[in-house]
Design a protein around this ligand. Structure first.
Ligand SMILES: Nc1ncnc2c1ncn2[C@@H]1O[C@H](COP(=O)(O)OP(=O)(O)OP(=O)(O)O)[C@@H](O)[C@H]1O
Ligand SMILES: [Mg+2]
Length: 310
């Protein structure tokens, strides 16, 4: 039998806050094959996001086993977990989670920084992904200069930056109107046709109906898991999963350089804030100098006066 791509076996996730415990997942087993388009549905609080976080290696189960390509995640070190996240998954969040100070191109390029891809190839790939998603003329816009649907497309491009073999989308259309939601759904379906494995969390039965398989969760357990219809898989027109070259600079220095670059960009973007911060630092330093000056002056004066008395 072929090994499933993602396989969870009787997992639970218990959250403890104070003296309360919540069994967000209580014995879920699920096996997802490569190339599937799966919808996860369920009421609010049923455990969908918790399950997605575990699938994407953003969180670990309290008990039970999770295997990716046959390898148990429980044995992964923190580095291996991060590497698995980077290499296998692309995340699309309900509220986009874009960085406000960065342009569309730079937001899309972020995951590649962690994969140590050089600045130029990062930018080229980011631009080509945004083009494919119809955002040619919005490359340098920041998130607050984009519509909701456009921001969601930027976040899809970001999910695809490192290949995004497995796309985890948590309510990707939740904040969108019907038309933008339809566009996002079409893109996800196109990626599915191009061979990506897609897992979508949704409240919307109309969205779920587009999946090959619908898994329903209630109170942390799977209450139904059914196939809808078989979709023929052909080669898609969107070739999203090409590999990107890895540059020569070491990963650490690249990350530091990148952090510095982002910090400077943030300072430039919020000029007024930067100016006020610098001003307050200057006032602070000046106040200390003045106080010290006064103190020193007074001391001098006093010792002169005392000296005059002999
Ligand atoms: N970090 C946490 N600490 C404590 N409880 C949590 C935590 N995260 C989730 N929960 C609880 O676990 C349960 C499942 O939460 P989860 O976010 O998975 O629900 P969901 O199905 O995604 O809901 P929604 O559709 O509203 O997004 C909820 O009852 C929630 O309150
Ligand atoms: Mg949720």
């Amino acid at each position: 039998m072929m090994t499933a791509l993602l396989e969870i076996e009787n997992i639970s996730r218990i959250f403890r806050t104070g003296d309360k415990t919540v069994n967000a997942l209580a014995g879920v087993s699920l096996s997802i094959s490569s190339g599937e388009l799966v919808a996860i549905v369920g009421t609010s609080g049923s455990g969908k996001t918790t399950l997605m976080n575990i699938l994407g290696c953003l969180d670990q189960p309290s008990s039970g086993d999770y295997r990716i390509g046959g390898r148990s995640v429980a044995g992964f070190s923190a580095d291996e977990l991060a590497a698995s996240r980077r290499q296998n998954f692309g995340f699309i969040f309900q509220h986009y989670q874009l960085l406000a100070t960065l342009s569309a191109v730079d937001n899309v390029a972020i995951p590649a920084i962690y994969a140590s891809v050089g600045a130029r190839s990062r930018r080229e790939r980011s631009i080509s992904l945004l083009r494919k998603l119809g955002l040619d003329d919005r490359l340098d816009h920041r998130p607050n200069q984009l519509s909701g649907g456009q921001q969601q497309r930027v976040s899809i491009a970001r999910a695809l930056m490192n290949g995004g073999r497995i796309i985890l989308a948590d309510e990707p259309t939740g904040a969108l109107d019907a038309k933008s939601g339809g566009t996002v759904l079409d893109i996800l379906k196109e990626l599915h046709v191009a061979g990506h494995t897609i897992i979508i969390v949704t409240h919307d039965p109309k969205i779920a109906a587009h999946a090959d398989r619908i898994v329903e969760i209630r109170d942390g357990v799977v209450v139904s898991d059914r196939l809808t219809h078989d979709r023929q898989k052909t080669d898609g027109t969107l070739a999203f999963s090409d590999n990107t070259p890895i540059g020569a600079l070491s990963a650490v220095s690249r990350c530091l350089l990148e952090a510095l670059r982002m910090a400077i960009r943030s300072l430039v973007t919020y000029r007024m804030r930067t100016f006020l911060t610098v001003l307050s630092i200057i006032i602070g330093i000046a106040a200390v100098l003045v106080a010290v000056g006064f103190g020193e002056g007074a001391r001098q004066k006093l010792s002169d006066a005392l000296g005059a008395f002999g």
